[in-house]
Design a protein around this ligand. Structure first.
Ligand code: URA
Length: 202
């Protein structure tokens, strides 16, 4: 393994690999349990995340925290990060070169955390992780096997808030996908991974 999470976070904290460095208050690296079995990946920090330095602390974050609670998980039990670590101005979509510039940090996070399950929230994270130009509505709720890990795309919580809200079909789909998350995490660990964990190799 090349770098620890702490080393990566330190390097990221004064990163100037792309133009998003110009408008940020601070880099929003990631939060949670570095040994989590599940890592959630969003798009990029918004206004509150940029101010507080933590992903998913605004309205979308409250919905994410609520959904975690519904399956018995706290934010401290999981790891939460974004495709880009700096807030795009005015919350615009991240541009392809910004996503590329930030990719080493995301890969470093995955390499360190080694989650058995990656949950991609919305189009951007899903396309980056699956490396395919898919639409979230088509693939959400489906399990993908990427490099021996399960990837489960689901709707971005902000899309629910800006769409139909808590009574919408998208919300029902999000809830169903979170039940799938709980099911996957309840599945027995593959033997090789379990043994390596016992030996303290991970
Ligand atoms: N939306 C995201 O994609 N990430 C955050 O951290 C907050 C809102």
């Amino acid at each position: 393994m090349s770098m620890t999470l702490g080393e990566l976070a330190t390097i990221a904290s004064d990163c100037r690999r792309c133009r998003l460095a110009n408008g940020r208050t601070q880099v929003v690296f990631g939060v949670g349990n570095p040994r989590a079995g599940v890592m959630f990946i969003g798009e990029g920090p918004g206004y509150y995340e940029d101010k507080q330095g933590e992903p998913f602390v605004g309205a979308a974050g409250q919905l994410l925290t609520q959904m975690l609670g519904e399956i018995g998980l706290r934010r401290e039990d999981v790891y939460i990060a974004n495709v880009v670590k700096c807030r795009p101005p005015g919350n615009r979509d991240p541009l392809p070169d910004e996503i590329e510039a930030c990719r080493p940090y995301l890969l470093g996070q995955l390499e360190n955390i080694q989650p058995r399950l990656i949950v991609t929230l919305g189009n951007f994270a899903t396309r980056v992780v699956l490396n395919r130009q898919v639409g979230i509505s088509r693939v959400r709720g489906q399990r993908f096997d990427i490099d021996g890990r399960t990837v489960l795309p689901t709707f971005h919580p902000a899309a629910i808030l800006h769409g139909g809200g808590q009574a919408s079909p998208q919300m029902a789909a999000l809830r169903s996908d979170f039940r799938t998350i709980a099911e996957i995490l309840a599945e027995p660990q593959p033997v090789a991974v379990a043994a390596e964990e016992q030996l303290g190799l991970f």
